[in-house]
Design a protein around this ligand. Sequence first.
Ligand SMILES: *Cc1c(COP(=O)(O)O)cnc(C)c1O
Length: 383
Amino acid sequence: MNNESVLTPVYADNAATTKLGPAALRAMIEACEDAFANPSSPHTPGQRAAKLLWASRERIAACIGADAREITFTSGGTEADNLAVLTAAAGEKRHIISTVIEHHAVLRPLERLRRRGYEIELLPVGKNGIVDLEDLRRALRPDTALVSVMTANNEIGTVQPIREIGGLCRAAGVPFHTDAVQAAGHLPIDVRGMNTDLLSASAHKFHGPKGVGFLYARRGTELYPQLLGGSQERGKRAGTENLPAIAGMAAALEEAVSSMAENNAKTARLRDRIIAGILSAVPGARLNGDREKRLANNLNIMIPGANAEAMILLLDGAGIAVSSGAACASGAGELSHVLTAIGLAEEDARCCLRITPGEDLTEAQAEYIVAAVARAAQRIRSI
Ligand SMILES: *Cc1c(COP(=O)(O)O)cnc(C)c1O
């Protein structure tokens, strides 16, 4: 590839994290400079910080159709998921329903609850990675404390029928949590229309800063605080608020929501081009997850015989950053629970590439990715 230097570096791992956007960066600098005081302090600088904190809460709430009082700031998606899941342990009911493809930020707290005597029921997904509503209907019980189903999967990008799932839960009187970390800023979110009681989001997945997120909890949904201390966040989450990050998150989410249609049209076109390109250039390659019900910026492809770790190294050498799945699990050599849940044999699950283009990827770069993947696959297969 002679014009490689014009095309690289190519960052196509936006499901792992996104680059901080300019609006978010500006908001963060402003917050550091003008609102450095503690928002809990009664003096004037403190109240200036408190005002920015509240304004950020209102802006975020407006982006998802919530009320500002329903937003609790957290240190990211993981903490929001933990808080939501462990909320199930606040009451008497002992049965919890979730799915086999959730992020570990949901699965690990569920495992802890299981060890404490809770009955955890993980719904299967079809080969397309989607939950069957009938399975949920059958699983719901009078003693179900919580249902937790992610909006969009971080590995294979599949989008669940959240509105319908929420409707079933609502009808059964069971609180419904959705991990919307991959969806926030990428899919329209309307907490009321989606029938959700709890919803997690994380700023660094929509061009906001890392280490900040939020949990939406519908009014009347009781949270079970995990961090105890001061009375910040109305007693639901102690600790001085990370105001610069929160202000950056608000700016990033507003920006993402206002340019969502345009961004999605662009990334979906790039995604489809990469999918079509790889499927035609690489014999035996197969798309994982549903073809239609998927995030605009996610494609996950199985290339039999081409080990993903080796592929990633070769692609990195060509200036392309992609992944084999969850950033937290890869590297540990851990087999993806999501890929096995959609029915892949271990051998095939180790040959899957996740490519998640951003809005700034060019068509030429998309073509470059296809060519580089084809070359790398051929090289590995020939060894
Ligand atoms: C990234 C991610 C998380 C974790 O969010 P952090 O802010 O990195 O803690 C949780 N769930 C999903 C689906 C994710 O993609």
